[in-house]
Design a protein around this ligand. Structure first.
Ligand code: NAP
Length: 307
């Protein structure tokens, strides 16, 4: 019987593990399909406090992992494929066969940014292609940047990127925008933002670094290469919550609902959630780490009240 099982290994999961292990709870962390989480796909992280010179994303995650291991966190490689939260102890199955029982569970399975499905886009992440303006915008000073999307995120990211880029071109596949009126108007009022509607990205130009982007006009069929050296997808995120459907409350997109914020307890007492899996608003490594800390403290208090 485990006191605390943590599912997921991004900043939220590792920070929960650090706090739970320092509280002598001997947590078990199951790392999931992308050990280290989204930050392992970025290069330099400059906005995580404590690293004045910045730090590489994969290194930051390795540091967090080692820090939690120092206090007794145990790591298990594998996917949680099934859970049963209907009664206590909670039950989890790793890779479909191995059953783990837990008094408390902290879910930190994160969210995955959606990319556009353009050939070679994943190879070019960190080399001109990104899905996070807050993380990577700074690297595109004075460059021609494109943002794909037509929702609030695209408007917000395009506005943010005008602080760095020479120009920002918003590429949207339709004429109408899903974005709220106020966000759209704010973007329209920004003279550094240019607009390409009825347009989709079809090709990335450049071997190692992005040198240009081929865009197809869906009305005329015309394709043209534009000299964008930064391409940001802002077409939404998918929270990694399929596993919990029918057991935990979630919003219409699938983000876990926390009924008593800022507490991290889900609708099932003893099951907590931290990081992007329950946060579509901030989505930062540092805010996820903060929630991981909160979840571990709550789990520890919950255990001492119920033991
Ligand atoms: P969203 O509202 O779902 O918008 C996604 C956009 O991406 C849509 O315009 C969609 O086009 C486009 N898209 C989807 N798949 C695509 C693909 N494969 N290729 C090209 N374009 C594609 O997502 P979001 O903008 O991330 O917003 C998510 C939620 O967070 C929303 O509720 C939003 O209001 C909220 N949010 C709020 C703020 C704020 O208030 N400050 C900021 C950001 C987000 P179509 O329109 O054609 O489907």
């Amino acid at each position: 019987m485990e006191k605390v099982v943590i599912i997921g290994s991004g900043p939220a999961g590792y920070t929960a593990a650090l706090y739970a292990s320092r509280a002598n709870l001997n947590p078990l962390l199951i790392d999931g399909p992308q050990p280290g989480g989204q930050l392992t796909t970025t290069t330099e992280v400059e906005n995580f406090p404590g690293f004045p010179e910045g730090i590489q994303g994969p290194q930051l995650m390795e540091n967090m992992k080692q820090q939690a291991a120092r206090f007794g966190t145990r790591y298990k490689t594998g996917f949680v494929t099934k859970v049963d939260f209907s009664r206590r102890p909670f039950r989890l199955w790793v890779d479909e066969k191995e059953e783990v029982q837990a008094e408390t569970v902290i879910i930190s399975t994160g969210a995955s940014a959606k990319y556009g499905g353009v050939p070679r886009e994943m190879e070019m992440v960190g080399h001109g292609v990104s899905a996070c303006a807050t993380c990577d915008g700074f690297f595109f000073k004075n460059q021609d940047i494109a943002v794909v999307g037509g929702g609030d995120s695209a408007m917000e990211e395009a506005n943010f990127l005008t602080k760095f880029g020479k120009n920002v071109t918003l590429i949207h596949r339709r004429e109408d925008f899903r974005a709220s009126k106020i966000m759209l108007e704010r973007a329209k009022a920004n003279p550094k933002i240019h607009w390409m509607t009825n347009a989709v990205v079809t090709e990335l130009v450049g071997e190692k670094e992005l040198k240009g982007v081929k865009v197809k006009n869906l009305k005329t069929g015309e394709e043209k290469i534009h000299p964008f050296t930064g391409l940001f997808f802002a077409i939404g995120h998918n929270p990694n919550t399929k596993l919990f459907k029918g057991q935990l409350d979630m919003d219409e997109v699938g983000y876990l609902k926390l009924p008593t914020p800022p507490r991290t307890m889900t609708n099932i007492p003893g099951v907590f959630a931290a990081g992007d899996v329950a946060d579509h608003y901030y989505r930062q490594a540092v805010s996820a780490a903060g929630m991981g800390c909160m979840a571990a403290i709550e789990a520890e208090r919950w255990l001492s009240e119920h033991e």
